[in-house]
Design a protein around this ligand. Structure first.
Ligand SMILES: [Zn+2]
Length: 223
């Protein structure tokens, strides 16, 4: 039997009755992460890898908590909120980054997670963020492309590896492109929750560039 499409929405609705939404920071009702709390989150000022822009400083306890809840406590809706914030703050960078707005849509590519993680988590947190990002944008500019890059190998989670060189090595050759034609000449923004050494996004950039993508950027919620 197939689960009806609206199944998730009913589930969310019931969950909201049982566990009403409160701001993760100040507990105010009906807000996922209120503007007041968001304005207090430390912005990222540390340097990131080239062409990767991160919004918040991961050492900030509230953003750390938000990403933790999104990844490990099934709070998918936090992804949407974080995506919204990412759009609002980083859209200004689009002009700095000199992304030529092409007459074709800009592809939004959430970093694919391993099948094992999709199974245990039930969703890809980067896709949840990407959806929030695109929802906030005017229609017709961005398009989520969830399937152009595939994870060929399930690796050891990057977060478990502390050594930078090992992290980079762990991710090498992990990603592949399904259809190179689709990527050719395109402007693509890769979206992820956190970037540390820039290894994962860097590796995806590499395969996209190899397939002749025109411009590739990385946007992450935290660094
Ligand atoms: Zn708050």
């Amino acid at each position: 039997m197939q689960i009806p499409k609206y199944g998730t929405k009913i589930k969310d609705f019931l969950l909201n009755i049982l566990f009403p939404i409160k701001c993760l920071g100040c507990k105010v009702n009906d807000e996922i992460l209120c503007d007041n709390c968001v304005n207090k989150i430390q912005l990222n000022e540390r340097e990131t890898t080239e062409n990767i822009t991160a919004l918040f400083d991961y050492r900030d306890s509230l953003i750390k908590k938000a990403i933790w809840e999104l990844k490990y406590h099934h709070k998918k809706y936090l992804g949407e909120r974080l995506g919204q914030l990412l759009y609002d703050s980083l859209i200004e960078n689009i002009s700095d980054l000199r992304i030529e707005v092409p007459n074709r849509t800009i592809y939004i590519l959430p970093v694919p997670i391993s099948n094992r993680k999709t199974k245990t988590r039930g969703y890809n947190q980067s896709l949840a963020i990407a959806k929030g990002f695109c929802k906030q944008a005017p229609p017709g500019i961005f398009e989520i492309k969830n399937k152009i890059v595939v994870r060929k190998i399930d690796t050891e989670p990057q977060a478990k590896i502390t050594n930078k060189k090992r992290r980079l090595k762990n991710i090498q050759g992990v990603f592949g492109i399904k259809n190179e034609e689709e990527v050719k000449g395109r402007t693509i923004i890769i979206i992820d929750d956190v970037t540390t050494t820039g290894g994962t996004i860097g590796e995806i950039m590499k395969v996209l560039k190899k397939a002749k993508a025109k411009n590739v950027f990385g946007f992450t919620v935290a660094h």
